[in-house]
Design a protein around this ligand. Structure first.
Ligand code: F3S
Ligand code: F3S
Length: 105
């Protein structure tokens, strides 16, 4: 799967959402999260992010590797909705993200 990391926090450009053929990039309160079971590894999202927040899971820089788990954990309650458009913005963030000070301003 691919992972969205810290550069997305408080930026949420959402160019990635338009590129994803399976609509598996979900909007939280402060960042977006890729569903690890719904992502088909097409990679279309990665080059369009203007702040380079998206990485293949094995290529996430060391300081952000916890975002692999954070993207997955975001879906513990949501499950696998099978599409972000019908879910819309979720007023929730992974606790690690929620605890961050204002970022990337
Ligand atoms: Fe975030 Fe980049 Fe997508 S800022 S919303 S990962 S285009
Ligand atoms: Fe979608 Fe990016 Fe995965 S475009 S299928 S989230 S690699």
């Amino acid at each position: 799967t691919y992972t969205i990391a810290e550069p997305c926090v408080d930026v949420m450009d959402k160019s990635c959402v338009e590129e994803c053929p399976v609509d598996c990039i979900y909007e939280g309160g402060r960042m977006l999260y890729i569903h690890p079971d719904e992502c088909v590894d097409c990679g279309a999202c990665e080059p369009v992010c203007p702040v380079e927040a998206i990485f293949y899971e094995d290529d996430v820089p060391d300081e952000w590797t916890e975002y692999n788990a954070a993207n997955a954990d975001f879906f513990v309650e949501l499950g696998s909705p099978g599409g972000a458009a019908k879910v819309g913005k979720v007023d929730y963030d992974h606790p690690m993200v929620k605890a961050l000070p204002p970022m990337n301003q």
